[in-house]
Design a protein around this ligand. Sequence first.
Ligand code: IMP
Length: 180
Amino acid sequence: METITLHDKTFRPFIPYDRIESAIDAVARKINLDYEGCEDIPVLLCTLNGAIMFTSELMKRLRFKCELSCIKLSSYQGTRSTGTVLTTLGPTCDVKGRRVIICEDIVDTGNTIVAMQEMLEDQGAEEVRICTMLLKPDVYDKDVKLDYVGMEIPNAFIVGFGLDYNELGRNLKDIYVLDK
Ligand code: IMP
């Protein structure tokens, strides 16, 4: 794999697709252990746009009845979090009395998941669990429990597999890191 350029920045290969797939396999196994045989129908809540690829790969591996819903929030501009989380869409179903599994692409400061969890609890969700493909443990400083984590990565800016730099890079199959 070679370096790529998106807008004004260069990125180098970081996590190949086969490692992403293994991480998703492991997360799906854990979720199946917790939910297989359940009598309710949990809601998988995909956080647009970044978690689209992760959610679709994860869903294929789940072995219980579930519904898919989407939500769109924004806190990132360019390569930095603005700290303010805005909801721009959804959740696209009624979560009252439902168990919700939030599917996130990446947890960085944690501002997004904290805001989402509060909102879902305000809307009457019975339980909210967090599932994230990636976590930056050196940055995450919130108390919210992360129930399912695919992979931990250092504090670096990445793109690919759904993640973007100013909307570019989402379609890359592998993950790339900003080349400083
Ligand atoms: P948080 O609110 O700081 O945890 O940020 C979460 C959101 O910021 C993620 O859902 C991503 O959309 C975005 N984000 C965080 N880190 C990165 C990154 O390294 N690359 C691209 N987007 C990121």
